[in-house]
Ligand binder design. Structure first.
Ligand SMILES: NC(=O)c1ccc[n+]([C@@H]2O[C@H](COP(=O)([O-])OP(=O)(O)OC[C@H]3O[C@@H](n4cnc5c(N)ncnc54)[C@H](OP(=O)(O)O)[C@@H]3O)[C@@H](O)[C@H]2O)c1
Length: 254
C-alpha cells in the first residue's frame, strides 16, 4: 500500500510509519522539521520511506507534497499532525489557542482535501487522529478540545459524504500516549500507553475500516462517563481536578 502520514516524524505518527514500513508498505511522512526524524528512520530513507519538510497549514505545499508521493495512487492518508497547549500552568493563552486551531483544523482540512483529490478516482481511506479530549471541554485545553471535537464531527459528515467516491473515513480518538507532546504535561495522565502499542491498535482499527475507534478501553469508559454525566456535575468535578488552571494566573495575555 501507499500510505502518507502527516506529522510522521515523531510520536504516534512515526510509530505508525515504522509499523507500516515493517509490514512492507511504501510510506510518506511530513513535518516542519525533518531533524525530528528518529535514528531508526535512517535505513529506510529514500527507499520505503519518503520525507517532506512541509507545514500542514501551507495548503499548496501540502497538496504538492502528497501528490508528489502518491503519483496518482494513494491507499491510506493519516491526518495526524497536531499540537496541544502543553504547559497549562499559567493563564489561558489566546495566541496559542489560535495556533492550535490553525494546525489541528486547517491542517486536517488541507490533508483531507489532498487525499480526496487523489482518492476520488480509485477510492482509498482517510484517517483523522482526534482525541478523547474531543468528547468534553477539559479545563486548560479549550482550543485543543475544540479542535479535536470538530474533527470528530467533520469526520462523521465526511464518512457519509465520501462513501459514494469509495473513500472510507476512520476517526481515531486515543487517550494518553507517551510521546514528546505529552511529555510536556504536568498533570496526571491515567492509562498512559506506549506509542508502539498505540500504533498497533490504531492500525488494526484502520484495517477493520472502523468509523470511530476510542482507546484504551479504560479511558474510553471514563470519557463516556464524563461526556454523559449532567454538565453541572461535570463542571463541579473538573473544577477540583489538577487539569484546571491554578486560581492565581500569572500576568500576561498572549
Ligand atoms: N500523545 C497523546 O497522548 C495524544 C492523544 C490523543 C491524540 N493525539 C494526537 O495525535 C497526534 C500526534 O501527536 P503526538 O503525541 O504523536 O505528538 P508529537 O510527538 O509532538 O508529534 C506531532 C507531529 O506532528 C508534526 N507537526 C506538528 N505541527 C505540524 C505542522 N504545522 N505541519 C506539519 N507537521 C506538524 C510534528 O513535527 P514538526 O513539529 O516538526 O512539524 C510531529 O511530527 C496529534 O494530532 C495529537 O493531537 C495525541
Amino acid at each position: 500500500m501507499k500510505i502518507f502520514i502527516t506529522g510522521g516524524t515523531s510520536g504516534i505518527g512515526w510509530a505508525l510509519a515504522e509499523y507500516y514500513i515493517n509490514e512492507g508498505h511504501q510510506v510518506g511522512v511530513c513535518g516542519r522539521d525533518l531533524n525530528k526524524l528518529p535514528e531508526a528512520s535512517k535505513p529506510f530513507l529514500g527507499k520505503e520511506l519518503s520525507c517532506f519538510e512541509v507545514d500542514v497549514t501551507d495548503r499548496v505545499a501540502l497538496l504538492e507534497a502528497i501528490e508528489t508521493f502518491a503519483k496518482g495512487k494513494l491507499d491510506l492518508l493519516i491526518a495526524n499532525a497536531g499540537i496541544s497547549q502543553g504547559d497549562k500552568s499559567s493563564h489561558p493563552k489566546f495566541t496559542t489557542a489560535r495556533e492550535i486551531l490553525k494546525i489541528n483544523l486547517d491542517g486536517f482540512l488541507n490533508t483531507f482535501e489532498a487525499g480526496f483529490n487523489i482518492m476520488k478516482k480509485e477510492g482509498g481511506q482517510l484517517v483523522a487522529i482526534s482525541s478523547v479530549a474531543g468528547f468534553v471541554g477539559l479545563p486548560g485545553a479549550a482550543a485543543y478540545c475544540g479542535s479535536k471535537s470538530a474533527l470528530l464531527k467533520m469526520c462523521e459528515s465526511f464518512s457519509i459524504d465520501f462513501k459514494k467516491f469509495g473513500i472510507e473515513v476512520t476517526t481515531i480518538a486515543p487517550g494518553f500516549i507517551d510521546t514528546p507532546l505529552t511529555r510536556k504535561n504536568k498533570h496526571p495522565m491515567p492509562f498512559l500507553m506506549d506509542s508502539k502499542k498505540a500504533a498497533i491498535k490504531i492500525s488494526k482499527a484502520i484495517s477493520k475500516k472502523k468509523s470511530l475507534y476510542i482507546f484504551p478501553l479504560r479511558m474510553k469508559l471514563l470519557i463516556i462517563l464524563l461526556e454523559k454525566m449532567p454538565r453541572s456535575l461535570y463542571r463541579f468535578i473538573m473544577s477540583f481536578s489538577r487539569f484546571a488552571y491554578p486560581s492565581h494566573y500569572e500576568e500576561g495575555h498572549d
